[in-house]
Design a protein around this ligand. Structure first.
Ligand SMILES: [Zn+2]
Length: 453
């Protein structure tokens, strides 16, 4: 099957027209295919799926996996025997290799997230086709002819405010597709001080602005205060969800449409939102199961404990019935927007912002992902948690990988976080090294950043 981006895009459009049954049929066939492929090529899954029927179209027959289990069997998990953790690691640790293809065919991305274990994943070309086609579908759903004309008139400029320097799923995928746009694309690092970001965006005047939820919120504040002056045709929020009224606020401030992609490193093409602010699951390429704490199905209309996903595109490292750790709610009735795909809302991804007093007596707010992206490429860290214990005090908890040198890791963490703080004029903020390991919250999840109460 020729699964390039245009083939996938046409198939996605066709499936949407044919309706939910056609989408389900594709889901069943693709699940059966990837399960058979995985059993043959991944020693981890071969072992896990012993005793299952030969052809599996029902995802509930599959045992559940999670990040910790897969990362601990990294070499056995992948379906390409050339891949080892040892060979992949330099692609995360060496900035010169960021964004370069591993073995000439895979992209390497990292993830932190709420489940607490640090992930290192590979994305294959088939996945990139699905990511790209979903992006095309979303923009063609969202933009009317008037928007398209405005987009072209404004020079078609796309401004990315992402975590450059760290290969996150969103950064890698968008940059991959946008890299051919040359001067129409400007990537600004989310780590830059806010006035620098504002100046960069004012100068570039993007027609499309793409960033994380918390960063978009900060940009909206800047626009409201009159320091940021941009007129985007669309603002796209990715990776971190926000509260519903916060999308309205951003739309109002920028006088634009606000799109939202719910995605994860494990499945960067999961869903995108409609004008009714429901996220429609791309069910021809992902199986998404809302479940309770015992992995039993949660009925539509009820909040789930977690969600299991099966990514039907990425063959190199299959995520099958994988516990993502997000609590979601599936809409019990059809969405008024007319899209037949399952509609969900996600809880618990609205991130925790940290507020500090700056050196010149003002206040500044940093999105939590800045801390994760400063730290996670340091070798030896399995888990990281930062807790604000006073306005100018941060307590850092670390869980190290076996064999890591604690002094060495701490020195790098200290240097990186101190640099981040001083870039934001927060030299009064002190870092404190905790004896204890990262702690779980009452719901059993690890929060990477815990703001002062
Ligand atoms: Zn809808």
């Amino acid at each position: 099957m020729n699964e390039n981006i245009f083939w996938v895009w046409r198939d996605v459009r066709r499936a949407r027209k044919q309706g939910l049954d056609a989408i389900k049929q594709r889901q069943h066939e693709r699940l059966a295919d990837i399960v058979s492929f995985t059993r043959v090529n991944s020693p981890y899954y071969r072992e896990l799926y012993q005793g299952l029927p030969e052809r599996v179209t029902d995802p509930t027959l599959l045992p559940v996996t999670n990040k910790k289990k897969l990362m601990s069997r990294f070499d056995d998990w992948s379906t390409d025997r050339e891949i080892t953790l040892e060979k992949v690691r330099p692609y995360i640790e060496n900035p010169n290799l960021f964004g370069k293809e591993f073995l000439g065919k895979y992209l390497v991305i990292t993830t932190s997230g709420t489940t607490g274990t640090h992930g290192l994943f590979l994305v294959d070309r088939r996945s990139l086709s699905v990511i790209g086609s979903l992006f095309l579908s979303m923009t063609s759903d969202w933009l009317n002819p008037h928007d398209v004309r405005s987009f072209i008139r404004s020079g078609g400029r796309i401004g990315l405010v992402l975590a450059s320097g760290t290969p996150t799923a969103t950064g890698v995928s968008i940059t991959h597709f946008a890299s051919r746009l040359g001067k129409s694309l400007r990537a600004l690092s989310v780590r830059a001080p806010l006035p620098e970001l504002v100046a960069g965006l004012n100068e570039f005047q993007p027609a499309f602005v793409i960033s994380y939820g918390t960063v978009m919120k900060l940009l909206a504040n800047e626009q409201e205060a009159g320091r940021l002056r941009i007129k985007p045709v669309m603002a796209l929020v990715t990776a971190e969800g926000l509260a519903l009224d916060e999308y309205d606020h951003i739309a109002e401030v920028f006088n634009t449409k606000v799109g939202n992609l719910y995605a994860s490193s494990e499945c960067p093409f999961m869903s995108y939102c409609c004008e009714q602010k429901w996220l429609h699951v791309n069910a021809d390429w992902v199986v998404l199961e809302p479940v309770d704490a015992d992995y039993q199905p949660t009925p539509p209309g009820e909040q789930s404990h977690t969600v299991l996903i099966s990514n039907l595109a990425n063959r190199v490292q299959p995520f099958l019935r994988y516990d993502l750790g997000d609590s979601i709610l599936q809409r019990p009735d059809p969405c008024p927007c007319g899209n037949p795909l399952p509609a969900i809302r996600v809880q618990g991804r609205a991130a925790d912002m940290l507020t500090f007093p700056t050196d010149d007596g003002e206040q500044t707010t940093l999105p939590p992902l800045l801390f994760g992206t400063s730290v996670y490429h340091i070798p030896g860290i399995e888990q990281f948690q930062i807790m604000q214990t006073a306005p100018t005090n941060l307590r850092v908890r670390l869980r190290l990988e076996a064999g890591a040198d604690p002094e060495c890791v701490w020195q790098s963490v200290h240097n990186n976080v101190t640099r981040l703080l001083s870039d934001h004029k927060l030299t009064r903020v002190r870092l404190e090294r905790a004896e204890e390991l990262p702690e779980q919250s009452a719901g059993g999840k690890y929060r990477e950043v815990i703001p002062l109460r």
